[in-house]
Design a protein around this ligand. Structure first.
Ligand SMILES: [Zn+2]
Length: 81
């Protein structure tokens, strides 16, 4: 699992994000320093021939309501394209 620089991610979020949860209005977030990937979903099978098979994301979740936001690690500049 790829990790990102936590300080760089915090800096990016402070530049881009108002900080309030859109569901509950809280401002308490838990930030992961690891990159996950979204892959295409198939009902009966794993899709492996998609030209863009994965999207690197960093989850950030609200500690009050659990709302989870996925930030593109590529756009945040934390992983290479
Ligand atoms: Zn919330």
């Amino acid at each position: 699992m790829q990790k990102v620089n936590h300080a760089d991610f915090i800096k990016y979020l402070k530049e881009q994000w108002s900080g309030k949860c859109p569901l509950c209005g809280s401002g308490n977030w838990n930030i992961q320093a690891a990159v996950y990937q979204l892959i295409p979903y198939g009902v009966d099978t794993l899709i492996v021939d998609d030209p863009n098979p994965n999207i690197p994301v960093i989850p950030v979740f609200c500690t009050k309501c659990g709302n989870t936001i996925l930030v593109s690690a590529t756009i945040a500049g934390l992983v290479r394209k």
